[in-house]
Design a protein around this ligand. Structure first.
Ligand SMILES: C[S@@+](CC[C@H](N)C(=O)[O-])C[C@H]1O[C@@H](n2cnc3c(N)ncnc32)[C@H](O)[C@@H]1O
Length: 280
């Protein structure tokens, strides 16, 4: 499989003073129904790429990496598995998957994933050099993961080319989640596993109220003043979670799309949910 890795020198962050990807007006209606959702999502992530990790750690109180570790566990990795992490962003789940492959191999002793065994793909180019640098830093300059620029809705891989497909906080952001899940089914071999990590709304009314207060009032403020976000990303986030598929609807989508044994695990009192399913 030929893969291209991005060159950090060629990243193109949005022009200073560019209009926010999501204004308060844009978010009055369902953001998933916007005809130009893909363009807005890409502009938004291009604008926040450099501060993305800081925002994640800050706003999840550091829980986001624990949620990704749960996703790795639910992927039930086996030595030799080929893994595709879609909407990889700055590569946290991609790198965790690669680490998971190492630690799941009891025969270890010098064994390392083969070239292009673990691939991250994302359609926002400025995320990818950050992912690549993070992987290199952790691996003392070696590149153990390939990062590609590409679209979840048209994955540049043949049918049945992966054992595991993962997506963290990405399904809600694609323009057509059902088409993305169908594309994941296409590139997975029968028996391959799909793991989806996504934000969700707590079921308990008190927690739901607290989570709403935090996401709608506190987070946009800290994102603007601490992480200097001007893209509207942290107004879009709670709105896009509130209007997205809930747990049962996501499980139903997986079943309709050729997946069996779909199950979910609620994380941090329902703030996030991890789904795992097997390609039938
Ligand atoms: C919230 S970030 C998640 C990044 C990463 N998975 C993580 O765990 O931090 C969502 C990512 O989805 C990507 N994305 C959205 N739609 C996409 C698409 N159609 N194809 C590829 N990537 C997409 C965005 O560019 C962004 O990097």
């Amino acid at each position: 499989m030929t893969v291209q890795t991005p060159d950090p020198e060629t990243t193109t962050p949005p022009a200073p003073g560019a209009a926010p990807a999501w204004s308060a007006d844009d978010l009055r209606d369902d953001p998933h129904a916007k005809a130009d959702k893909a363009r807005r999502v890409r502009d938004m992530f291009a604008a926040i790429a450099g501060k993305y990790d800081l925002n994640n750690r800050l706003h999840s109180f550091g829980r986001d990496q624990a949620w990704r570790r749960t996703a790795v566990k639910m992927a039930q990795l086996k030595p030799g598995d080929r893994v595709l992490d879609v909407a990889c962003g700055t590569g946290d789940l991609t790198i965790a998957m690669e680490q998971g492959l190492w630690t799941n191999d009891d025969t270890a002793g010098g064994w390392a994933p083969a070239t292009n065994q673990v691939i991250g793909i994302d359609f926002t180019f400025p995320m990818l050099p950050l992912a690549k640098q993070k992987n290199r830093r952790r691996e003392n300059g070696r590149e153990t993961v390939a990062f590609l620029n590409g679209d979840a809705l048209a994955l540049p891989f043949p049918d049945q080319s992966f054992d595991v497909v993962s997506i963290a906080f990405g399904l809600r952001n694609v323009a057509d989640p059902a088409a993305a899940v169908a594309e994941f089914a296409r590139v997975l071999r029968p028996g391959g596993r799909l793991v989806i990590l996504e934000f969700s709304t707590p079921r308990n009314p008190v927690l739901r109220w607290g989570s709403r207060l935090y996401c709608e009032k506190v987070m946009p403020w800290t994102a603007t003043w601490v992480a200097r976000d001007r893209s509207g990303a942290y107004r879009y986030l709670p709105r896009s979670v509130a209007t997205f598929l809930d747990g049962p609807a996501t499980v139903a989508l997986l079943k309709q799309s050729g997946f069996a044994e779909a199950r979910l695990k609620s994380l941090s009192f329902g703030v996030a949910t991890c789904y795992a399913a097997t390609r039938a």
